[in-house]
Design a protein around this ligand. Sequence first.
Ligand code: SF4
Ligand code: SF4
Length: 406
Amino acid sequence: METRLTPEFAASADGRVAESILRACVHCGFCTATCPTYQLLGDELDGPRGRIYQIKQVLEGAQPTRATQLHLDRCLTCRSCETTCPSGVRYAQLVDIGRRVVEARVQRPMAQRAQRWLLREGLSSPLFGPLLRLGRALRALAPASLQDKLASPKPAGAWPQRTHARRVLMLAGCVQPAMAPNINAATARVLDALGVQVVVPAGAGCCGAIRQHLSDHAGALADMRRNIDAWWPLIADGSVEAIVVNASGCGVQVKDYGRELAADPAYADRAARVAALTRDPIELIDPARLAALAPKLPAQRVAWHGPCTLQHGLRLGGRVEALLGALGVDVRLPDEAHLCCGSAGTYSVLQGALSKQLRTRKLKNLTADAPQRVLSANIGCIQHLQAGTTLAVQHWIEFVDEALRG
Ligand code: SF4
Ligand code: SF4
């Protein structure tokens, strides 16, 4: 696509990146067919091609409006369009730049600004856990949009105490330890059974995705630098072989640290090293060794929900299903497996109506074969789907952990 960026953007780093992405787009529209928001709304401006065009117009000098901002807000950043695109358009990077540019030029109403500030500061705060416990106690008084996020979690169980020569770092995450503490513990137990010790250094926190998705790029970069500082001593002395991130939404963010901090001379090399070491748990598990330890997983029919961040972001689609299938689990894949469930970070709060429509559609597809439970790989999807069904929804690593523990 031909571009004529304004001198301001043509001279900026973001503008140059955006221009190279825009030029890769041939405007074919293949991506539109697999975009969840286009499927729901049927409006070109709420599909990837339309959003790309709106960003292009702004970078070429058009004044963005509240409508422009709304069309970008409605994007789930699910990256289904990237998987579909035959030209390799890096849409997520472009929409990230576009949102920042629009945010700086279009003032949101006060209520939206307050809501976004609360999400940004609240979800990544160390006070999130205590506040969540308080919220659970007062669940009946919470707004309807929040009540389904205040269910009590499954207890974590014991953290393994054995030491191993093989060690990995774990990103504990910001909301996950409070919302679903068993996921980190189950990951540590499964890896322990496979001879890998999990360590969680103090000082790390949110991966930066929350601030990034709420257009606080400087805050997101600060989160990334803080995590690198917390992890670096164990990476530098070679005592860990990987960084395990069991929430695919966080994994895709940490995998991006190298690109995000490439222009920061103090962090660029370390960020690239962190990105290169980052692994989803499925990348650390040897199926043959696991099969030897858990020859008989429960004879259950499970539905698999592959998070967008796992299949479109990390490009690890098919791996978990194959592992579970090899262990004898009856894994069912839903129709429209490529479509987002509507969770998408803070999207379920900020775009509640669209999010719920996507959840209903996803649950209908997931439950079509009458599974006994739903498995997934990202805390956001798990919580969001669980709030819409009485069927158990859990992380696949918890399922494997249960099998190992009999
Ligand atoms: S992003 Fe890709 S699929 Fe979509 S219009 Fe551009 S080239 Fe076509
Ligand atoms: S990221 Fe998802 S919601 Fe956004 S334009 Fe692409 S396919 Fe549509």
